[in-house]
Ligand binder design. Structure first.
Ligand SMILES: [Zn+2]
Length: 433
């Protein structure tokens, strides 16, 4: 049963739909694209977005801590995913804290403001940064992943305040860059010492799911070698100096990655109640430099995801080298494997107090039973769970178009997420309901 105060907050949110939508439309307007070395991004967008977020947090009575992440200064350990040379300048982390006089439980609300690039504009039916409202949906990059979640966080706090409720527990809001490409924003918050009894990241979870487990990630590259030669001319055996086609050789390596993935699918140690088994997917391939020439080199980049904190890199290496051994050329000219910085997976127990609170809130609000779920990829929760040992969950809107064209959020789900967060904050940080 919702208390009178809770009902008041819910009513307030229902009556304020428009201002919630307007804030999201504003947020979508900032092209806060996640940093990757090959992307030329306009960092003034990140600066302007965070300046606006700071204003909002200050109005809500938060003390601000704003800094730029220097990856060189982050503690770099296995599974941290730290990329020391990445440039995170001009895309600050914003943390707002509000200490209360009471000693109720403390809570972190975390959200990433970086978004993946919009991709080809011609494939969008709406301006990716226009925040257009059509058929009760707000369209744009980041609508559901996860500027919608950030709006819900900020508005949830505002509405609890607006009905005159005092907090008895400390509240921290973390707005971070780099989630989509490395998670160093949240890692930096953890290393700066921000702690709480629990944390919520309103990432999209299709409303009826509560995200409790995620896989770790290891990306890397395999370079396969050949030998140049005129493609129109017959070639002698390679031992006699003939050309070797690196593309043909790389096909064997690609096949063996598929075999490895199939092997993982059937192995008992790769089974998990909430997660798919480990995967390895070749995602980028580059090779050859002239139409009439045997290619000398092929680079295959891959994306591997795995359960828990045990990185399968040795298995990957062993598999590739075993296959290479069976090919006389590759045996003498073995492929080279490079593993990029990796991130561990994480899991939260269903028995955690926060999970129970989320379940009761959603049952009472919408008469829905939350289903525990896992994700094949990962979120910033990994650092909150592993590094700071804070039980962290995600509950949020649908994934509609996340990382695809025509991303949107249903306004109804934006409002529902705001209600969920408002009640979670109330039940976690306020004694008298
Ligand atoms: Zn996200």
């Amino acid at each position: 049963m919702l208390s009178e105060k809770e009902k008041k907050v819910v009513r307030e949110i229902d009556e304020s739909r428009e201002e919630i939508v307007e804030l999201l439309r504003d947020f979508i307007g900032y092209k806060t694209i996640s940093p990757r070395p090959q992307l030329d991004i306009d960092r003034s967008e990140h600066r302007d977005f965070t300046a606006l977020a700071c204003e909002i947090l200050e109005e809500l009575g938060f003390e601000l801590d704003v800094w730029e992440v220097d990856p060189q200064k982050l503690e770099n350990f296995p599974g941290s995913g730290v990329e020391p040379d990445k440039d995170l300048s001009d895309m600050p982390v914003v943390v707002g804290t509000r200490e209360s006089s009471g000693d109720a439980k403390s809570l972190i609300l975390n959200g990433h403001y970086d978004v993946v690039p919009a991709g080809k504009r011609k494939n969008w039916n709406h301006d990716p940064y226009g925040g257009e409202v059509v058929d009760d949906k707000v369209f744009g990059r980041g609508a559901c992943d996860m500027k919608g979640g950030i709006v819900a966080m900020l508005k949830a706090i505002e509405f609890v305040e607006r009905v005159g409720i005092d907090f008895d527990g400390d509240l921290t809001v973390e707005l971070v860059p780099d989630e989509e490409s490395g998670s160093m924003g949240t890692l930096s918050c953890c290393q700066r010492g921000y702690e709480a009894d629990a944390a919520i990241i309103p990432e999209p979870t299709d409303m009826e799911n509560i995200l409790l487990a995620m896989r770790g990630n290891q990306c890397g590259s395999i370079t396969v070698f050949g030998r140049a030669g005129h493609a129109d001319n017959p070639q002698p055996h390679w031992r006699s100096g003939g050309a070797v086609n690196a593309i043909t050789k790389s096909a064997k390596i690609i096949d063996c990655l598929k075999e490895l993935e199939e092997d993982w699918r059937d192995r008992p140690d790769k089974k998990h109640r909430l997660l798919p088994s480990d995967t390895i997917v070749p995602t980028i391939i580059e090779g050859g430099d002239w139409l009439i020439k045997y290619p000398e080199e092929v680079e295959i980049e891959f994306d591997a995801n795995f359960i828990g904190t045990e990185n399968p890199r040795e298995e990957i290496e062993e598999k590739v080298m075993t296959v290479a051994e069976t090919d006389p050329w590759m045996k003498e000219n073995p492929p080279e494997i490079e593993f990029y910085p990796w991130l561990y997976g994480a899991e939260v127990s269903e028995d955690e107090e926060l999970v129970k609170t989320a379940k009761s809130v959603i049952r009472e609000l919408f008469d829905t039973e939350l289903k525990p779920t896992g994700t094949g990829s990962l979120t910033d929760a990994i650092h909150l769970i592993n590094y700071s040992e804070i039980p962290t969950i995600s509950v949020g809107p649908s994934h509609t178009g996340a990382h695809e064209t025509n991303e949107y959020i249903e306004i109804e789900e934006l409002i529902k997420t705001t209600k969920i967060l408002a009640l979670m904050v109330l039940r976690w940080c306020v004694f008298s309901q």
